[in-house]
Design a protein around this ligand. Structure first.
Ligand SMILES: Cc1cc2nc3c(=O)[nH]c(=O)nc-3n(C[C@H](O)[C@H](O)[C@H](O)COP(=O)(O)OP(=O)(O)OC[C@H]3O[C@@H](n4cnc5c(N)ncnc54)[C@H](O)[C@@H]3O)c2cc1C
Length: 484
């Protein structure tokens, strides 16, 4: 039986572990932190439950596909609910509420821009076709060759790889609020909408067509499910086990060192951040230079707050976006001229609005996220300053006082991403998916310098996000099993 060591226990590592164990490999996971899940860990404090990272459960089909590979269903492990409304967007002078089906969303679009519903239906129809091509064909390719992208379907749509999603949206809609609403989903891919190919409109189908879901108990239930499945399949999960070195013998990965102990294996996969993973190798075995990493476009980092409120809040939904300031200016301050934002957009998540298991009775669990450029200076004073900015805006937009109802507040930012996850420049969700950082143009799943060494996760293919991480784990497992 072949032995495999997997570094990290994020979604991609857990996915790879399950697929390989099912094929009979002897798999051991080594996770540096005390609990599994990586960026999707959970914080439980005073009866409040927080997902520390991902909170949007999109593309339920990908989760179903993952579990079905093992003869299971998500419902064997967790209870999934479709949210209605899916989310609410606050603008300076109005709000937009996104319902759980196209009929409701079309009514809302008509209210804002008469005549826009028919444009929306056409836009989503095209987005659905792109979704089918992307999810069923393109993302299942391991990014080994440019030829993988050349299919009958992509040739017919080649223009969509050279036009941006911004152009595509602006061609059809004039109202700035609708434009921001339709540009929001591609932010999950980590780049500005005017740098993201319009083919990625499949994210809009994921949003309006497939809906926003919530696993009861939070996203961590999915990590728990995958952890249980991995153990059912025989995977050994070692927490508090940082990998200090990847060993190479005669050009082949031959083991790992954790807590000073050597573990000899036949293959190594790293699901930790790619840049960090390469630093675990002696210099001659690294594929990419510091210059290479430095020149890439990263998905943003984030300033996060986990807040316990001692009352139920008004005028909020489960997911809330505060787009009440200048979207373009904030994007420039993330990508073009990295600096702390002048007037940040932010996201606020209150899972206890729809799931009473996530907060004590009569209380609200609040998670606030400000996207920021990676690598910014991170100090307690700056964190406090930004908390005050957003909580004041939150009170104003939702018309209520909440500051005196805060029982506790914890924050997480650039320094923590580096310390907790060995994240390059403190990025929150990996390397952006731009035209020049797509598919075979991303860091490889398979080392070009060391045999039997592989990588998975949000810095390689297909890219950032939980569904791509599930797929990335399968892609790397398939490379090892020789399925491609
Ligand atoms: C704040 C935030 C919000 C997000 N929101 C969403 C969302 O709503 N929906 C969505 O789909 N996606 C979202 N994402 C993105 C999504 O969470 C990630 O893309 C995904 O979880 C990444 O999984 P991964 O396996 O690639 O990496 P990770 O989860 O980062 O896992 C890597 C693991 O490697 C471990 N590690 C690092 N170095 C070592 C070492 N030397 N030895 C051992 N272990 C090591 C780390 O501790 C970590 O556990 C969000 C991310 C963040 C941070």
């Amino acid at each position: 039986m072949k032995e495999i060591a997997i570094i990290g226990s994020g979604f991609s590592s857990l996915s790879a572990a399950c697929h390989l164990a099912k094929e009979g490999y002897d798999v051991s996971i080594f996770e540096k932190n005390h609990t599994i899940g990586g960026r999707a860990r959970q914080l439980i404090k005073d009866g409040f439950t927080f997902d520390m990272g991902p909170s949007w459960y999109w593309m339920p089909d990908i989760f179903e596909n993952f579990f079905s590979a093992f003869g299971k269903k998500p419902s064997d492990y967790y209870k999934l609910e479709k949210l209605d409304p899916a989310y609410k967007i606050f603008f300076a002078d109005d709000t937009i509420t996104i319902g759980d089906c196209m009929e409701k969303i079309c009514l809302e679009f008509e209210r804002i821009e008469p005549g826009s519903a028919s444009h929306l239906k056409n836009f989503i129809k095209k987005a659905q076709t792109n979704y089918d091509i992307a999810i069923n064909k393109i993302v299942l390719k391991p990014g080994l060759s440019p030829l993988e992208l050349v299919t009958k379907e992509t040739i017919l749509r080649v223009d969509q790889f050279f036009k941006s999603i911004s152009q595509e949206v602006r061609k059809r809609f004039k109202n700035p609020k609708l434009i921001s609403t339709l540009e929001f989903p591609v932010l999950f891919l980590g780049a500005k909408p005017n740098k993201t190919p319009s083919f990625y409109s499949f994210m809009n189908f994921a949003d309006f067509g497939l809906g926003t879901w919530h696993p009861r108990g939070g996203m961590y239930q999915v990590i728990k499910a995958m952890g249980s499945l991995a153990e059912e399949l025989g995977v050994k999960i070692n927490t508090d086990s940082p990998i200090e070195k990847i060993l190479v013998t005669n050009g082949k990965a031959s083991g790992v060192i954790s807590n000073g102990k050597t573990f000899r294996v036949d293959k190594v996969i790293s699901g930790a951040d790619y840049h960090h993973s390469e630093t675990l190798l002696d210099k001659e075995f690294r594929q990419y230079s510091e210059k290479y990493w430095n020149n890439k476009t990263y998905a943003p980092s984030s300033l996060l707050f986990y807040v316990g409120f001692d009352k139920k809040l008004k005028n909020i939904n489960h997911h809330n976006l505060f787009f009440d300031t200048n979207f373009e200016k904030h994007a420039q301050e993330i990508y073009d001229n990295p600096q702390w934002p002048t007037s940040p957009l932010f996201y606020a998540n209150f899972p206890s609005v729809s799931d009473n298991s996530m907060a004590p009775n009569g209380c609200e669990t609040g998670f606030f996220l400000i996207p920021i450029a990676p690598d910014l200076e991170d100090t307690p004073v700056l964190r406090m300053q930004y908390f005050n900015i957003i909580i004041n805006r939150f009170e104003k937009r939702t018309q209520q006082d909440v500051k005196n109802n805060i029982i506790f507040k914890e924050s997480f930012c650039v320094k923590d991403f580096i310390e907790e996850y060995n994240s390059y420049k403190g990025n929150a969700y990996g390397m952006a998916n731009t035209l020049t950082q797509t598919a075979f143009l991303r860091p490889n799943l398979k080392s070009k310098k060391v045999k039997n060494l592989f990588f998975t996760g949000q810095l390689t293919v297909p890219g950032p996000g939980v569904p791509p991480a599930l797929i990335s784990g399968k892609l790397v497992a398939d490379l090892i099993i020789n399925k491609h």
